[in-house]
Design a protein around this ligand. Structure first.
Ligand SMILES: [Zn+2]
Length: 231
């Protein structure tokens, strides 16, 4: 029975708690995890799987929508614990995910650091160190724009560049559900471009958001913000 599950992983953030939303796509053959949290989040995600009666051993694939510390931070620990897990991402993100190239986010943070006021230098440096320390993971499968997969009864890969160059989103055709990654977040009850100040190419990010909205999906699952449904 094809289905999907939206996980809600609570992450302590300073004195507050923030939530991220990896998604599981399930069918008779596959259990696909889409994005996997910050470094150290393996156990949090395992607990969320257990809460719905699933285990990490059942996962067949890990899809990484884009290279970013909050989306693939735990990817290497997943692969170590579950070596059978196939890691999939777009061709554009693969060199960053696998560590062949320094991540665009790191290059951006190092550029920004030079212009930070003295009071923010320390925080900026800590962020750079965190990015440098993030483990990369070998990529097993490369996903193409427009590719149709059998996951969850039908899943289309949509290139949604902007936030990062090779960012992808997934459309579950049977359920009319769009997994946006960071191509859209919910703010004030609307779908908008995520963190414009950290978006690597704002023009393409806006085009990508428009592309997603044109699907007119029944639900949009945002990694940051959860489920958006206008119906
Ligand atoms: Zn994110």
């Amino acid at each position: 029975m094809p289905s999907y599950h939206v996980l809600s992983i609570e992450i302590p953030y300073g004195d507050a708690v923030t939530a991220i939303h990896p998604v599981l796509i399930q069918d008779d053959q596959d259990l696909v995890l889409v994005d996997c949290g910050y470094p150290g989040d393996l156990k949090r995600i395992e607990a969320a799987l257990a809460a719905i009666g699933l285990t990490g051993d059942q996962l067949t694939r890990l899809v990484i929508t884009h290279h970013d510390y909050d989306h693939m931070g735990a990817a290497a620990s997943f692969k170590r614990k579950y070596p059978h897990l196939l890691v999939a991402t777009s061709e554009g993100e693969a060199p960053y995910v696998s560590g062949e190239q320094p991540s665009a986010r790191l290059v951006q943070a190092m550029d920004l650091q030079r212009s930070l006021p003295a009071s923010e230098q320390e925080r900026g440096l800590a962020f750079i160190e965190m990015l440098k320390g993030m483990e990369t993971v070998p990529v097993d499968e490369s996903l193409q724009n427009g590719e149709r997969l059998s996951w969850g009864g039908g899943c289309e890969v949509i290139a949604t560049p902007g936030h990062t160059p090779g960012h992808i989103s997934l459309y579950l055709t049977e359920q009319s559900v769009l997994i946006t990654g960071d191509a859209a977040v919910i703010e004030g009850g609307e779908l908008v471009v995520a963190n414009p100040q950290y978006t690597l190419d704002l023009g393409s990010a806006k085009e990508s958001l428009a592309k997603l909205l044109a699907y007119d999906a029944d639900a949009y699952i945002c990694y940051h913000g959860g489920v958006y449904s206008k119906r």
